[in-house]
Design a protein around this ligand. Structure first.
Ligand SMILES: [Zn+2]
Length: 73
């Protein structure tokens, strides 16, 4: 089992739908929202480039206090 670094939920690597490779490490996520949030916080996504719901997630990150888990499940 891997742990979603954003919300702390356990994610099964074998069935993982959402993953990001970063500096030889693979991170697994329970949802697209967690993945996008992670990638945004790591600077992999430019908030200005985010579109649609991703932009809502990003603007949510900017408004919310840091380290507050998103409402993904
Ligand atoms: Zn999550």
């Amino acid at each position: 089992m891997a742990k979603d670094p954003i919300c702390g939920m356990d994610v099964d690597e074998k069935g993982a739908e959402f993953m990001t490779h970063l500096e030889h490490e693979t991170f697994y996520f329970c949802s697209k929202a967690c993945q996008e949030r992670f990638e945004t916080e790591k600077g992999l996504i430019d908030p200005d480039q985010a579109k649609g719901w991703a932009k809502r997630v990003v603007s949510g990150i900017l408004k919310e206090p840091k380290n507050k888990p998103p409402k993904c499940h």
